[in-house]
Structure formats: structure tokens, C-alpha cells
Ligand binder design. Sequence first.
Ligand code: HEM
Length: 170
Amino acid sequence: MTTTEKRENQLTDPISSNPSFDDSESKIAVAGHPIHAMLVAFPIGLTACALGADLFYWWTGDIFWARAALWSAGMAFLMGLLAGLSGTIELLAVPGIRARAASWTHFIIAMTLLAVLGANWGYRLYGYEQALLPYGLLLSMLSAAMVAFTGWHGGKLVFDYQLGTSSSGK
Ligand code: HEM
């Protein structure tokens, strides 16, 4: 064995050697089912609704779609806040989730998303029809891209790192 190989064998990863590394079961849950995973469907779906309503307004000019976009954007933001709250409590309360850098990456991406969702709603509050073209639509497009990125990354936490899942497999 060379000196470099010997040195590599002695190295330990301070994150994976953390005694709580495998303590990553969800604590914010109903009968073991994570509340965060239940809530994220709302901002994801409502962001898609806001973009769809914007596109229909652009196509038809019917003010109904501008109102639908205002409500969808607002509810996407408010439900996003609830999803973010449940995720943040989970992040802070579960040692194995807190220890992973990927959880904090998800937190930063999600906070950026919430800022964009808030801007998309707030911008429309003082005249939802005038706000729509072009900036409302552009904000909805950015929101859709950001929500897809956040959702994909959240999926990574669950499917790649098994965070928030049951360790008993029952
Ligand atoms: C703002 C702070 C947030 C934090 C700290 C956070 C944290 C987490 C954590 C720890 C998980 C792992 C599963 C669990 O323990 O429940 C997760 C999963 C996930 N997150 Fe977040 N999250 C945040 C916001 C969001 C938002 C706003 C979305 C909306 C798109 C989102 C989308 C997801 C998705 C789709 C999953 C996978 C759920 C599953 O398939 O079971 N997260 N998040």
C-alpha cells in the first residue's frame, strides 16, 4: 500500500460519520406521512394554473383569465409559504436532514422560488389586467421554471438520499 493510499484510508467524512447521519425520518408528519410532501403539490399545481391563465388571457383577451391568474398566483404564494414552513421545521428538527448540504441547497432554491411567487402576486395587486402583459406572464414563466427546479431537487432529497422516509420499511 502506498503512502497516499494509507492516508486516504485514514480519512473520515465528517458529515457521514456524524452519529445522527441516519436519523432522517420525518418528524412533521401525520401517521408517518410527511406534511411537507402533502403541501408541495399546491404551489406546484397553482403555479401551473397561473401560467395557464396568463396564456389564456394573452390568447383570448378575456378578463376572466386575468382574475384567475391573480388568484392562482396568490394562492401559489400562500400555499408555498405553508409548504416552506413545514419544510423548514423538518430541516431544523431532524438531525440527519440538517446534516446534509443538499437539504440546505433545497432551502435556498425554495426561498428564491418563494420570492418570485410573491413578486408574481404582489405585482398584480394594483391592477391585475394591466400587470399581465408582459411582466406578469414573464414572472409566471420564471415561477414555473423555479417550481420545477425546486420540486425536482426536493425529489432528489427523498429518492436519492431517502430523507423524510421511514427507516423501518413497514
Ligand atoms: C422553504 C424551505 C423548504 C425546506 C427547508 C424544504 C425541505 C425539504 C425536505 C427536508 C424534504 C425531504 C422530505 C421531507 O422531509 O419532508 C423536501 C422534499 C420536497 N420538497 Fe421541500 N422544502 C422547502 C420548500 C419547498 C417548496 C416551496 C417546494 C415547492 C415546490 C418544495 C418541494 C419539495 C418536493 C417536491 C419534495 C419531495 C417530496 C416527496 O416526493 O416526498 N419544497 N423539502
